[in-house]
Ligand binder design. Structure first.
Ligand SMILES: *Cc1c(COP(=O)(O)O)cnc(C)c1O
Length: 428
């Protein structure tokens, strides 16, 4: 019987046989031994599955990928060295120089730079559209060479919520897949495949690891997109690969396996953005408590958001699960059990007061990180976005007074008390 998500968090991906280790073993080995060259040759031709070199695949990493695959309800998954690598692979696996991708403009800054600067240099063109685009607006962005649509379920740091069903509908009408970065909600709070997304990516560095201990990423395929039905668009999946004795991924592995097989066989082989088995082990420890932690992150964030909304020294609050938020209705549909632990707000008095306020926080630490068990905060205008002018900050949706607060799993009242005492000191 299909197990529920909490059980998958704890026991998914690895079922030990009689006398085997209870916890997943760390296969700390770069290579694997075979009796004959013929056995190994079959692996190199993708005629048999097995391990030969940890740059491509490692058993520990695959156990953890299998768990995340179960959590998302996908058909195949792979770990990557970081969230950046996951998003790069997810797009580059189906787009070549001369191709075009449509992306929500409300995405993580690192992903925006990857798309708009680095992948542009590789000859892939991106059109950025509002996450609140109408179907007609999305349709207008399509070109004959468009290969995918990309967005984030909850955007970091803007906290916009994407209408996944709408984006999936238009993507499918045009014969391309929808790729969703599901880092902020995690599969505990939203499973994008249930709303029509085709591929999901994660920065596992965030809630999945959850303890600020290991950088990592993951790509999951739903197995629903029929590459062969759009053969002319995806030659990499639908025509023979000479570097593997002419196999055609979509024929050999079907729509359930082709995408991840190709990303592993070609992109891992050539770029080597692998996660280490040690990191995968730490990630798995985080996943074992993901369902417990997400609930607490969300309870704390909602309590903090409600308090902030009631304090007159705070100019505005963004939190999708807060009644009255611009994205509240959409959050009720896509994130009924909670959204994430991140809240953003403005402190009255602008940039300098926001900076002074943060300096007075005692429990909540200043960090370039989110989604940790320990609460942390960031003032983008004086850190990640400090090169921007006042007007550019506003255009980027990062006004000078914005504080991004990532609520951990401490006691909510202690977090509120910390914020209150800091406001008392700087505003009174
Ligand atoms: C952090 C983050 C990334 C990048 O992940 P890294 O693990 O830092 O490479 C991608 N997408 C989102 C939504 C993120 O928050």
């Amino acid at each position: 019987m299909e197990k529920r998500i909490e059980t998958k968090c704890v026991q998914g991906g690895y079922t030990p046989k009689n006398g085997e280790p209870r916890q997943i073993p760390i296969y700390q080995s770069t290579t694997f031994k075979y009796d004959t060259s013929e056995d190994m040759g079959k692996l190199f031709d993708l005629e048999a599955s097995g391990y030969f070199y940890s740059r491509l695949q490692n058993p520990t990493c695959d156990m953890v990928a299998a768990k995340i695959c179960q959590l998302e309800g996908g058909s195949a998954a792979m770990l990557t060295s970081s969230g950046q690598a996951a998003n790069f692979f997810a797009v580059f696996n189906i787009a070549n120089a001369g191709d075009h991708i449509i992306s929500s403009s409300s995405i993580y800054g690192g992903t925006f730079n990857l798309f708009s600067v680095t992948m542009k240099k590789m000859g892939i063109d991106f059109t950025f559209i509002s996450p609140d685009s109408t179907e007609e607006d999305i349709q207008k962005a399509f070109k004959p060479n468009t290969k995918a649509v990309f967005g984030e379920t909850i955007a970091n740091p803007a906290l916009t919520v994407l209408d996944i069903e709408k984006f999936a509908r238009v993507a499918h009408k045009n014969g391309v897949p929808l790729i969703i970065d599901n880092t902020f909600p995690t599969p505990i709070n939203c499973r994008p495949f249930e709303f029509g997304a085709d591929i999901v990516t994660h920065s596992t560095t965030k809630y999945m690891d959850g303890h600020g201990s290991a950088v990592g990423g993951c790509i999951v395929d739903s197995g629903n997109f029929d590459w062969m039905a759009h053969k002319e668009k995806y030659p990499g999946l639908c025509t023979p690969d000479d570097s593997y004795h002419g196999i055609t991924y979509a024929e050999k592995f079907g729509k359930e396996g082709a995408y991840i097989y190709k990303a592993t066989a070609q992109l891992m082989r050539d770029f080597g953005c692998t996660q280490s088995p040690q990191s995968a082990y730490l990630l798995n420890l985080g996943l074992e408590s993901l369902h417990v932690r997400m609930k607490r992150h969300c309870e704390n964030a909602l309590a903090v958001a409600e308090y902030l909304a009631s304090d007159s020294r705070i100019g505005w609050v963004n939190y999708p699960s807060l009644k009255g938020d611009k994205y509240y209705d959409r959050a009720c549909k896509y994130l009924p059990n909670g959204s994430c632990g991140v809240v953003s707000f403005g402190v009255n008095g602008g940039k300098s007061v926001a900076e002074a306020f943060m300096k007075e926080l005692r429990l909540i630490a200043i960090e370039t990180h989110v989604a940790d068990a320990r609460s942390c905060c960031l003032h983008p205008a004086s850190s990640t976005h400090r090169q921007l002018s006042e007007q550019e900050l506003i255009n980027a949706g990062v006004p000078g007074d914005l504080v991004r607060l990532s609520c951990g799993i401490e006691n909510a009242q202690d977090l509120i008390d910390d914020i209150k005492q800091a406001l008392d000191k700087v505003i009174g």
